[in-house]
Design a protein around this ligand. Structure first.
Ligand code: ADP
Ligand code: 5GP
Length: 187
């Protein structure tokens, strides 16, 4: 892998991946967070090119055929994928590249980049996960149930991850993610 560090962050929807990665990126300017493409509808406040690249199903399938993704998967009934070009650009620049992607995508990345480091973010309980999803207030009741139903399956992949961070106390979990990054930069 050229120069940079590639970190994959997975975990059930609502575990706090976005919050943790956002906090890390704020305090560490070596960090670059990949922007995924998706066919899901934008949530209120989500902006094109900032939170996601919002694709139609047709455009997404064309991009798959063009090999434009490092990995892609169907998650919670929609397509999600990581555009390949910016990843190489930022790795070549020596950045800490973070992909916030699901378990299927994580292992596709590991196959292509064996040095990639896989981090799994969890909550202390399923009740806490539900309460965060409800508290976030961005998903319909139906979308929340789909995310909770899929969480169990995602948790079963934990043994294949390099690090597990239980995001209970936000400050402590941020420190844990920062120290994973430090251990890789120092490598
Ligand atoms: P994900 O990106 O994994 O789907 P988010 O980062 O959107 O999850 O977090 C889901 C919700 O939980 C958000 O409302 C966020 O503010 C909240 N949250 C994140 N971390 C914690 C924490 N340690 N304690 C309590 N609430 C948290
Ligand atoms: P959300 O719809 O809540 O933003 O994301 C739902 C799930 O899709 C999360 O588990 C998230 O990690 C995953 N995801 C987001 N972007 C990608 C991506 O580019 N590839 C893959 N495989 N999963 C993604």
């Amino acid at each position: 892998m050229p120069n940079g560090v590639l970190l994959v962050v997975s975990g059930p929807s609502g575990a706090g991946k976005g919050t943790l990665v956002g906090r890390l990126a704020e305090r560490d300017d070596r960090v670059w967070v990949s922007v995924s493409a998706t066919t899901r509808a934008p949530r209120e406040g989500e902006r094109e090119g900032v939170h996601y690249l919002f694709y139609t199903v047709e455009d997404f399938e064309d991009a798959i055929a063009d090999d434009a993704f490092i990995e892609w998967a169907r998650v919670h009934g929609n397509y999600y994928g990581t555009p390949v070009a910016p990843i190489y650009e930022h790795l070549e620049a020596g950045d800490v590249v973070i992909l916030e992607i699901d378990v299927q995508g994580a292992f596709q990345v590991k196959e292509r980049f064996p040095d990639a480091v896989l981090v799994f973010v969890t909550t202390p309980s399923m009740e806490e996960l539900r309460s965060r999803l409800e508290g976030r207030g961005t998903d319909s009741e139906e979308a929340i149930e789909t995310r909770l139903a899929n969480a169990e399956g995602e948790l079963s992949y934990i043994p294949r991850y390099d690090y597990v961070i239980e995001n209970d106390d936000l400050e402590q979990a941020t420190e844990e993610l920062a120290s994973v990054v430090e251990s890789q930069v120092a490598h």
